[in-house]
Design a protein around this ligand. Structure first.
Ligand code: COA
Ligand code: MG
Length: 289
């Protein structure tokens, strides 16, 4: 998934707008974009919305975290709607995924939803414990877990720290570390690595540069918080014509059968070939296209 647009579940206008935004996924939010007093209303609005939904974006729901006291109510409301999955925030370690997995088993059985159908995207850097214990998370593959995303704002709050970014917008070292941990864990597990939100939603150039940097680092998609960010993110996570042309040149350079070749004065070996093949695959192309 390239773009995941977050939409507060208690906003009729945003729900109405969201399905025409072209996001690969809509993440309807029951967590921090909804004030505690409005959570029951938000669940009701989400139910009505999901029942009438005919859009093309995958429907996901960000539920409240395990410690919130809201999660069971969320799951009871959400599982019968059969969204593609839930976004699970503020995990503190792998056991949270197991517990929520059991809850989902039960909710699916109670609602005649095929067992294991509800996927999980975990937010894996919002507590100190989750960042510290990332190594445990990768010890076992969990079939529901199809991706993870990272976030810096909640981690900064958890640490009692200040702004997680330097004044020029770069992440401070703790958040770079958490981001890298998320990236490595996702690739170890073979699941999707999703980059965090770019909060300055009136700055399209910044969003593009930030999204391109995430793709170069190995993320496959990014969270959007505003409709204007969706086309920017979709474009940034799609290889450009120049990149595709270069990838074809690299592949052609290996056609003679040598393991190391030269192209435009630079040495290329097998990792370059594999990257070029990966680039074509991510653009939905084959070597023959
Ligand atoms: N999803 C769907 N539609 C959205 C949207 C979103 N995330 N954000 C804005 N829109 C809609 C607005 O409703 C408006 O449409 P309308 O005129 O038909 O009502 C249009 O896009 C333009 O919105 P704009 O006026 O530019 O923004 P805003 O000031 O209304 O909202 C935010 C700004 C940041 C509050 C809003 O984008 C938002 O709520 N984002 C999601 C926040 C969230 O989910 N955070 C948690 C995850 S990190
Ligand atoms: Mg948060």
């Amino acid at each position: 998934m390239k773009s995941l647009l977050f939409v507060p579940a208690d906003s009729e206008r945003k729900l109405a707008k969201a399905e025409s935004c072209g996001a690969d996924a809509m993440v309807i939010d029951l967590e921090d974009a909804v004030l505690p007093a409005r959570k029951p209303l938000a669940r009701e609005m989400l139910g009505a919305y999901a029942a009438a939904y005919t859009g093309k974006s995958e429907l996901w729901v960000r539920v409240n975290d395990l410690a919130s006291g809201e999660l069971l109510k969320d799951l009871a409301a959400v599982v019968p709607m059969q969204p593609v999955g839930i976004v699970l925030p503020k995990i503190s370690g792998p056991e949270d995924l197991d517990i929520v997995g059991y809850y989902l088993d039960m909710a699916e059985a109670a609602n005649n939803v095929p067992a294991g159908q509800t996927k999980i995207l975990a937010v894996c850097t919002e507590t100190a414990s989750a960042v510290l214990r990332m190594g445990e998370l990768v010890q076992r593959h969990r079939p529901r877990l199809t991706g993870m995303l990272w976030g810096g704002e909640d981690l900064s709050t958890a640490l009692g720290a200040g702004d997680p970014r330097y004044p020029d917008g770069r992440w401070r070292s703790m958040y770079e570390y958490a981001r890298n941990q998320c990236l490595l864990a996702c690739h170890s597990l073979g699941i999707e690595a999703i980059d965090t939100v770019y909060v300055d939603f009136r700055n399209p150039d910044g969003c593009r540069d930030n999204s391109l940097a995430a793709r170069y680092d190995g993320f496959v998609g990014k969270v959007a918080i505003h409709p204007d960010q969706v086309p920017i993110i979709n474009a940034a996570f799609t290889p450009s014509d120049d990149e595709i042309a270069h990838a074809r040149k690299v592949i052609a350079a290996f056609a003679q059968g040598a393991g190391a070749v030269s192209l435009d004065g630079k040495m290329l070996d097998v990792p370059h070939l594999k990257s070029a093949q990966q680039m074509l695959r991510s653009a939905g192309l084959t070597q023959e296209d």
